[in-house]
Design a protein around this ligand. Structure first.
Ligand code: ATP
Length: 328
C-alpha cells in the first residue's frame, strides 16, 4: 500500500522497496547534455511526480525509464530490470499512458478494453478496469462520442488492462475542465489503492500536491528538490500568511500579534510560524471590538510557490543547491 500524503513515506532504505532506482543518469544529444546526473528513488506503491519547466529533461528521463531512449551514462533499475535491455518481462509489468494515444474511434469503450485484454498474459478483468477509470456507465459508448476527459480515462484503462505494477502517466489532465480534472485525480487515487506504483509527469503543481506521495523537481537536467510535497512546502515550520482587511474605526492593535504589513490593496498580511496563537489573539481582539475582519484568509506556501522559487533560482544560477524534503 502507498503511504498517504498525510504520513508520507520518508525512508527508502531497502532496494526491494523500490520500483525505480536511478543513479547518476546522464543523456547527451550531440554536445548538449540534457540530463546531468540524476538520482531518483520511487517506492513501490507510491505516486511519484516528476516536475520541471519545459526542456528540463523530464521526457528524456521518463523515456529512458520506459526503455524508449538509450542513456549515455548511469544506472537504471525499473522493477528489477534494466530498461535498456528491452526485456519482454519488463514490458509486461509496466503500463504507459502517453499524452495522445491511438485507440480506434469506432469501437466502444468495452470493445477497446477487451481488445487490449488479449495482448497480456495476466490482464485485469474488464469490469475492474471500468470501475477504476470510472467508465462503467460509458461501456457501450463509441470512443468518438466520449468527452476529452473520458477519452483520457480510456487511455488510462488501456495502460492498466495488462495489470502493470508500474504505470507511467504523462500529463494526465492537460486540457481538462476542473470537474474532469477532479475525476481524473480520483482515478489516480484509485490506482494507488490497487497498490500500483504511478510515475506521473505534470505541469500542474496543485495536481502534484494533491496526488503525489513524493515529487522530484528537475531543472536543466538536474534534480533541484525532492521529497513529499508537505516537506518541500516547509513542513510544520512553514510560514503561514494571515490576511484580512482592517475595518474603519479599529482601535489599536491586538496583543501577541506581530504588526502586519499593509499591502497595496489595503489588506493586512501577517506572516507567522504560530498561526493558531495569532488567529486566537486577532479574532478575540476583533470580537471584543465588535469588528468583522473582512476577507480573512489563512494560507500556507503551496508547492507552486516552492517550485517557482526553486526553478527561478536554478534558471539564474548554476550553483543552486538540491533541496531534500527528507532532510527537513
Ligand atoms: P517539456 O516539458 O517541454 O516536454 P522536458 O522536460 O520533457 O520538456 P526534454 O524533452 O527531455 O524536456 O528535453 C530536454 C532537452 O533536451 C531540451 O533542451 C530538448 O531540446 C533537448 N532534446 C530532447 N530530445 C532531443 C533530441 N532527440 N535531440 C536533441 N535534443 C533533444
Amino acid at each position: 500500500m502507498a503511504s498517504s500524503s498525510a504520513s508520507p513515506r520518508t525512508s527508502l532504505s531497502s532496494t526491494s522497496d523500490l520500483a525505480i532506482r536511478v543513479r547518476g543518469l546522464r543523456k547527451t544529444y550531440g554536445a548538449f547534455e540534457a540530463v546531468r546526473g540524476i538520482d531518483l528513488d520511487v517506492a513501490r506503491g507510491e505516486v511519484f511526480a516528476l516536475l520541471g519547466p519545459n526542456g528540463a529533461g523530464k521526457t528524456t528521463t521518463v523515456e529512458i525509464l520506459e526503455g524508449y531512449r538509450e542513456r549515455s551514462a548511469g544506472e537504471v533499475d525499473v522493477l528489477g530490470y534494466d530498461p535498456a535491455r528491452h526485456e519482454q518481462a519488463l514490458k509486461q509489468r509496466i503500463g504507459i499512458v502517453l499524452q495522445s494515444t491511438g485507440v480506434e474511434r469506432y469501437l466502444t469503450v468495452e470493445e477497446t478494453i477487451d481488445m487490449y485484454h488479449g495482448y497480456f498474459p495476466d490482464p485485469l478483468q474488464t469490469e475492474d478496469v471500468l470501475d477504476v477509470v470510472g467508465l462503467r456507465e460509458q461501456r457501450a459508448v463509441r470512443v468518438k462520442r466520449l468527452s476529452g476527459g473520458q477519452q483520457r480515462r480510456l487511455d488510462v484503462a488501456v495502460g492498466l488492462v495488462g495489470n502493470p505494477d508500474l504505470l507511467f502517466l504523462d500529463e494526465p489532465t492537460t486540457g481538462f475542465d476542473p470537474s474532469a480534472r477532479r475525476q481524473a485525480w480520483e482515478m489516480v487515487r484509485g490506482l494507488r489503492s490497487l497498490g500500483k506504483t504511478v510515475f506521473l509527469t505534470t505541469h500542474y503543481m496543485d495536481e502534484a500536491q494533491y496526488l503525489a506521495d513524493r515529487v522530484a523537481i528537475i531543472a536543466r537536467g538536474q534534480v533541484v528538490a525532492e521529497g513529499p510535497p508537505t516537506a518541500l512546502m516547509g513542513g510544520e515550520e512553514a510560514v503561514t500568511s494571515v490576511r484580512f482587511r482592517l475595518p474603519e474605526g479599529a482601535q489599536g492593535w491586538p496583543d501577541l500579534v506581530p504588526p502586519g504589513v499593509r499591502s497595496e490593496d489595503g489588506s493586512v498580511v501577517i506572516e507567522t510560524s504560530t498561526p493558531t496563537a495569532v488567529l486566537f489573539a486577532l479574532t478575540r481582539w476583533a470580537v471584543g471590538q465588535s469588528l468583522e475582519l473582512s476577507e480573512l484568509t489563512v494560507m500556507r506556501p503551496s508547492l507552486e510557490d516552492v517550485y517557482l522559487q526553486l526553478v527561478g533560482a536554478e534558471a539564474t544560477s548554476d550553483g543552486a543547491g538540491r533541496r531534500s524534503g527528507r532532510a527537513s
